[in-house]
Design a protein around this ligand. Structure first.
Ligand code: NAP
Length: 310
């Protein structure tokens, strides 16, 4: 009998975790996938995924994630919801502490993903859920016929600006520099929309409103000019932070808190692997998360086989 509850425990059910689960299941390893709330990760809130190969017309993030889950389940992956509070490496296994429970894993794959960053300006926190949003697919339809703002210049800001144009009458896109960071094709699509007004070199100093968002206090960082922009809502897409606080002091993280791995997804601790957005890497996409997940499961399988053959 093995000294652990599961051969592999995967933490996080985004594309990286689900792919790792699929591969581990097909390797006939007893595998559990733990997710904090629901499966899917960030992709669940993506309206249309256009750059994942095999879906020429695009596919909704929800559907893609659901299909990945079904596929992994077919090969025996077990799912359970629960938040991992800490991870303790040992000689023989890793100990994962959950609320009121402890689980032992022969190998662990961390695919805990990322969460959105906030601006940290006055009014933002108080008006979150009252006009301040971080999720276009969740809240976009509330702004039918309204004037809204989007903050950011990366792929998320551009993709979600396109989505929000379906509902809003006018979208003010506010970016702190004079060039976008997001994909060129998305830039072209956004710039072609009459509804979108781009405010270059502009930052939000305050989100204003009594009980709901009424306006943004804007400042042009080049001229210093300040303006008040009346809006019914503001969507903030200014980047991501890795979900790694629970791992501090356990595995090596880079200066931004992402997990450092080698090309085989191995972390600084033997038996612990990482995959997907939570990993220190060049490109955070569904396609790269899926690759990470497959490699992590394969590497974990080999790690376990080597230990058994000793
Ligand atoms: P991101 O690429 O890090 O972009 C964040 C944007 O917010 C940047 O334009 C940044 O400005 C701006 N920003 C950061 N802090 C700010 C602040 N305090 N005030 C104002 N603006 C601020 O983040 P993301 O767009 O969320 O994307 C995250 C990852 O997911 C990326 O790797 C992205 O490629 C991926 N993703 C891909 C897709 C897709 O392929 N369709 C969709 C969504 C996300 P600067 O440009 O000046 O730094």
């Amino acid at each position: 009998m093995s000294a652990w509850d599961y051969d592999i425990i995967i933490v996080g059910a985004g594309p990286a975790g689900l792919t790792a689960g699929l591969y581990a299941g097909r390797a006939r390893l007893k595998t559990l996938l733990l997710e904090k709330l629901i499966h899917g990760g960030q992709v669940m809130t993506t309206d249309l995924v256009e750059n994942y190969p095999g879906f020429p017309e695009g596919i909704s993030g929800f559907e893609l994630s659901d299909r990945m889950r079904q596929q992994a389940e077919r090969f025996g992956l077990e799912f359970r919801s629960g938040e991992v509070l800490s991870l303790e490496p040992g000689n023989d296994h890793q100990l994962l502490r959950l609320e009121g429970e402890e689980l032992k894993a022969g190998a662990t794959i961390i695919a805990s993903g990322v969460r959105h960053r906030s601006l940290g300006v006055p009014g933002e926190e108080a008006l979150t859920g009252k006009g301040v949003s971080y999720c276009a697919t969740c809240d976009g339809a509330l702004y039918r016929g309204e004037t809204i703002a989007v903050v950011g210049g990366g792929d998320t800001a551009l993709t979600d600006t396109l989505f929000l144009c379906r509902f809003a009458e006018k979208v003010h896109l506010i970016h702190r520099r004079d060039a976008f960071r997001g994909e060129k094709i998305l830039q072209e699509q956004v710039k072609a929309l009459e509804k979108v007004q781009i405010h270059w070199d502009t930052v939000v100093d305050e989100v204003q409103g009594q009980h709901a968002v009424e306006a943004l206090a804007l400042r042009n960082v080049k001229t210093g000019e300040t303006t008040r922009l009346p809006v019914a809502g503001v969507f903030i897409f200014v980047g991501i932070t890795p979900n790694t606080v629970w791992l501090k002091g356990r595995v090596e993280l880079d200066e931004w808190g992402f997990i450092s791995t080698d090309a085989e997804m191995a972390t600084s601790i033997p038996g612990i692997f990482a995959a997907g957005d939570v990993r220190s890497k060049l490109l955070r996409q569904i396609s790269t998360a899926v690759g990470d997940g497959a490699i992590a499961a394969y590497a974990a399988e080999h790690y376990l086989a080597q230990r058994h053959s000793r």
